[in-house]
Design a protein around this ligand. Structure first.
Ligand code: ADP
Ligand code: MG
Length: 323
């Protein structure tokens, strides 16, 4: 049983119903309608587990930045404006040498992202960090996974695969170079595309943040919009650092299925392409058209040099190996 089957069978099907749940389980954030307001409350939660999401002994300041970057990215994936967060900490020990740099970086990154800490929970156990982010979005501006239409162009921000490259740099214990520093920074300090998502939202039909890998996350747009996605391998945006470190073959592989890039994957009608590119350029963020949504079986088809590529790799699934 995979992660998504588990969520569906045990939780989504028994989640209960309320009229004020506009979007429940299944998107980057839940969208909830508080009484008396126009804006929807956007809520998302993310967990980092030592040994799963970061290597044991990782710098606590980097973990703090990664935690907030990751959770706020889900608000970006929804087109929402971040406002508050809560923090659940499970720590093996109350160790000031770990807590001080963690807390310092957490406060610093929260200020940069415009969010404030409003609560949490603290327990003892294996190092596990959970942050829940709350923000808001106007209903007509929400970037949902189910809104893509036949013929929409598929656009991604930034470059893909860098975070997977950063993980490899750590596993290889590679020497510091300009490329390895860039990749480590992409791994530890994700930059949620909040401003870009909001600027593009009026032009878009659907959107998601890429946390489990392009194939998996674009696959969610396909599944929820009932469309196929056709993308071209040669169009995937790759950083020079990733190509330098991993070579072009692995770079493309990681761009397809490496997780945690926290870039946006959005769909827009072809007529909006020029406006989208101009808005991204204004913010100094790369935006690349990698393919198109089509009627068909809801899955991602990858073409290379005009020929379909057999794609076996999927995004990260925490229970994907379990039977
Ligand atoms: P994302 O990658 O955007 O953070 P996930 O792939 O982790 O989203 O989760 C998919 C959907 O399932 C999300 O809407 C998430 O809120 C929901 N979800 C994940 N785990 C649970 C759970 N244990 N109970 C209820 N909903 C869950
Ligand atoms: Mg997400």
């Amino acid at each position: 049983m995979g992660e998504f089957e588990l969520i569906r069978r045990y939780f989504a099907e028994r989640a209960g119903r309320r009229d004020d749940v506009v979007v429940g389980i299944g998107d980057d954030c839940a969208l909830l309608r508080p009484p008396g307001g126009d804006a929807l409350l956007a809520v998302s939660i993310d967990t980092l587990v030592e040994g799963v999401h970061f290597l044991p002994g990782s710098d606590p300041a980097r973990i703090a930045r990664r935690l907030l970057g990751a959770v706020v990215s889900d608000l970006a994936g929804m087109g929402a404006t971040p406002a508050w967060f809560t923090l659940a900490l499970t720590l093996p020990a109350a160790e000031p040498d770990w807590l001080e740099p963690f807390a310092h970086a957490l406060a610093e990154r929260a200020a940069e992202l415009g969010i404030v800490l409003v609560g949490g929970d603290t327990t003892r156990g294996q190092l596990t960090l959970t942050a829940q982010a709350h923000g808001w979005v106007a209903p007509q501006r929400a970037l949902r996974r189910d809104g893509a239409r036949d013929g929409d162009l598929i656009l991604v921000s930034g470059t893909l695969g860098d975070s997977r490259g950063g993980l490899q740099v750590q596993q290889d214990q590679a020497a510091a170079t300009e490329s390895t520093r860039f990749l480590l920074d992409r791994f530890f300090s994700p930059e949620p595309r909040i401003g870009l998502a909001q600027a593009l939202a009026p032009e878009l039909h659907a959107g998601i943040d890429i946390s489990d890998g392009l194939l998996a996350d674009l696959g969610h747009i396909c599944a929820q919009s009932g469309l196929a996605a056709q993308i071209e391998l040669e169009r995937l945006p790759l950083s020079p650092a990733l190509i330098d470190y991993a070579g072009p073959r692995r770079a493309r592989e990681w761009a397809l299925s490496g997780g945690e890039d926290f870039e946006l994957c959005v769909t827009a009608p072809p007529a909006a392409l020029a406006r989208c590119l101009a808005l991204a350029a204004e913010q100094g963020i790369a935006l690349t058209c990698i393919g198109q949504m089509r009627r068909g079986e809801p899955r991602v088809e990858v073409c290379s040099e005009g020929k379909p590529l057999p794609v076996s790799a999927h995004g990260y699934d925490h229970f994907g190996g379990d039977r």
